[in-house]
Design a binder for this molecule. Structure first.
Ligand SMILES: [Zn+2]
Length: 315
């Protein structure tokens, strides 16, 4: 019981104690309890130093949180997720979230002195053989590295997570009894399937998609008046999930975007497709992720990129 108070003191000083910090705190507190009996001054110094260590926010602590929030084992095999650029030990004050690291979002991160960018889409994505200014990717990475901006990408781990993009998209469209479309070994997985409380027309669901994602246009495959009850969702380019949605008897599927031949497959299977665009289907979640990080790390300044935009214009 002697260590109970020091554990509380050391762990309590951390604004966001996690399991690792609690373990470290318990370990430290056990030593501190022994010290305090003999050398109260040494023990006081020990607590002070522990307090300082716990209070400093580092890239590692944010990466550790993100790895639990969007567990990396949920990422697709071909993906590249986690801390992709940066030094975990560096202190951190400013975090920017964005969908993609483009010239505009990188300039914003550098101009605003972000210490970490949480970019949904990974950079780098494919294995690098060289890092030079000869390529667009090389120039982007060099600019980030020179400005000491770290990069964390949750990508498909965030798509599939319990509070990830597809879950939020399904909730936002008013689906209930939401389940993963392709369950992973854990309780989560790729895409989502759910039911509407009352059947609605494809036109009505398209309107819900527009309202939730704040877009003026969507593409539609199928009849506007088709009655829908069971709906699947897959953010981004998740057309490969269409066969599972058909197998599970879905009346409709909301995808960010998909290929022409996937649209033909949907038409042939008599399943409605609603396509609001890749950007819109994921950008809202990047904004919500900034809110999650603000709540978790109130001592940091967190914002969703204000300069990135959909490269596609909808006329
Ligand atoms: Zn995407």
């Amino acid at each position: 019981m002697r260590s109970a108070v020091p554990v509380f003191l050391v762990a309590g000083l951390s604004p966001n104690p996690n399991r690792a910090s609690l373990r470290a705190a318990r370990h430290a507190a056990a030593g501190a309890a022994k010290l305090s009996a003999r050398w109260p001054l040494v023990a006081a110094s020990f607590f002070f130093v522990s307090e300082l260590i716990q209070a400093v926010l580092t890239i590692d602590r944010v990466a550790d949180f993100l790895e639990r929030f969007a567990p990396t084992h949920l990422a697709e095999e071909w993906d590249n997720v986690g801390l992709l650029v940066g030094d975990r030990r560096r202190p951190l004050q400013r975090i920017m979230t964005c969908l993609t690291l483009t010239e505009k979002s990188i300039d914003e991160a550098v101009d605003k002195a972000a210490d970490l960018v949480v970019s949904h889409h990974p950079l780098p994505f494919r294995p690098l053989r060289r890092l030079s200014s000869d390529t667009l990717q090389g120039r982007r990475l060099l600019k980030l590295i020179r400005a000491e901006v770290a990069v964390y990408s949750p990508h498909t781990a965030f798509d599939s997570a319990g509070q990830g993009i597809n879950e939020r998209l399904a909730q936002g469209l008013g689906l209930s009894r939401i389940m993963p479309l392709v369950p992973a070994e854990t309780e989560f997985g790729s895409g989502r399937i759910g039911v509407l409380k009352r059947a609605v027309s494809a036109g009505d669901l398209a309107q819900r998609v527009k309202t939730f994602l704040q877009v003026e246009h969507v593409q539609l495959v199928g009849r506007v008046e088709a009655a829908l009850k069971t709906v699947a969702v897959g953010c981004g380019s998740a057309g490969e999930l269409l066969p599972q949605a058909i197998d599970q008897g879905c009346d409709a599927m909301v995808l960010g975007e998909t290929r022409f031949h996937t649209c033909l497959d949907a038409e042939a299977a008599d399943i409605v497709l609603i396509l609001p665009g890749h950007y819109a289907s994921e950008r809202f979640a990047v904004e919500q992720l900034a809110d999650v990080l603000t709540q978790e790390f109130p001592q940091a300044e967190v914002w969703a990129s204000r300069r990135e935009h959909d490269p596609l214009a909808w006329l």
